[in-house]
Design a protein around this ligand. Structure first.
Ligand code: SF4
Length: 124
């Protein structure tokens, strides 16, 4: 792969959607919401891990875009990654604020994603 392409993902869409994608129901709901927002054309899913890895292409692309950041819980890993890079999301969401309890269980992801999507889409 060409050097300049190594840390760039997904091109330069105007709105980027980033999710913590954590290993809990709410982390996975954040990821599913990112996918659904992308499928609806509301924004382009983007790799939060690229920012966490301090890759300059991801940081510059994120700085240049409108951003929707979705964390699963109040620990706020995504928000901390943004702050570490001097970034402020345009809109910030925490899945547990939508009356979804954090669990290490993945049996209700479809229902929980629909519940979170309703709240997020209504606030855009
Ligand atoms: S914000 Fe919460 S759910 Fe997301 S990665 Fe961090 S601890 Fe996990």
């Amino acid at each position: 792969m060409a050097k300049e392409k190594e840390n760039v993902c997904c091109g330069g869409m105007n709105t980027l959607v980033l999710a913590c994608s954590g290993a809990s129901n709410v982390g996975q709901v954040s990821n599913s919401v990112m996918v659904e927002l992308d499928k609806k054309g509301i924004g382009s899913g983007y790799c939060l891990a690229g920012l966490g890895a301090d890759l300059s292409g991801f940081i510059e692309s994120t700085k240049a875009a409108r951003t929707l950041l979705i964390d699963g819980c109040p620990i706020g890993c995504g928000k901390k990654i943004f702050e570490k890079n001097g970034l402020e999301p345009t809109k910030y969401f925490v899945i547990t604020e939508f009356d979804i309890e954090k669990k290490h269980a993945f049996d209700k992801l479809v229902e929980e994603t629909n519940q979170a999507m309703d709240c997020i889409v209504a606030s855009l």
